[in-house]
Design a protein around this ligand. Sequence first.
Ligand code: ADP
Length: 164
Amino acid sequence: MRTGFYPGSFDPVTNGHSDIIRRGATLVDKLVIGIGVHHGKKPLFSVDEKTVMLEAELRNIGKHINTKFEITTFDGLVVDAAKHHKAEFLLRGLRNSEDLAYEMQMSGMNGEMMPDVQTVFLPASPGVQHIASSLVRQIASMGGNVQPFVPGHVADMLKAKFAG
Ligand code: ADP
């Protein structure tokens, strides 16, 4: 059984994340999505809220594919979390050359720490290449329309978050 691990902050989940999950799921039998918890860095959304967002996306994506999905959290090294879940593949998305430079370095160091896990990069689909969680947060905080960038249920959660 091929298992993939897709780590991220998902603060919030965007159409870019969904695209990577949808396409990455075709490569493996099981895809574990790891919500990274960084102590000292306060995210906009809690782990529970991010889990709700991911579950909604997986319900949708799961209709069209037999891949098993699991959502988990991790607060240490990605390689340790991948090993814990017996993943052979680490899935990452690439949007631009900045992502590439950073991800190449990460995959090199992760590869030395754990040679039996292969990093697999998926290029962002053209329609979502420009989407970043940080900009979505910024736009939502200023009352902008984030509908083009995130699933509808996430747009609602952003609206509620900044309404009060
Ligand atoms: P991290 O803090 O690990 O970068 P993110 O939630 O920002 O967490 O991103 C998680 C993964 O999803 C990364 O591999 C990132 O490149 C990928 N990703 C994020 N947004 C997009 C997008 N619009 N298109 C493709 N991949 C994306």
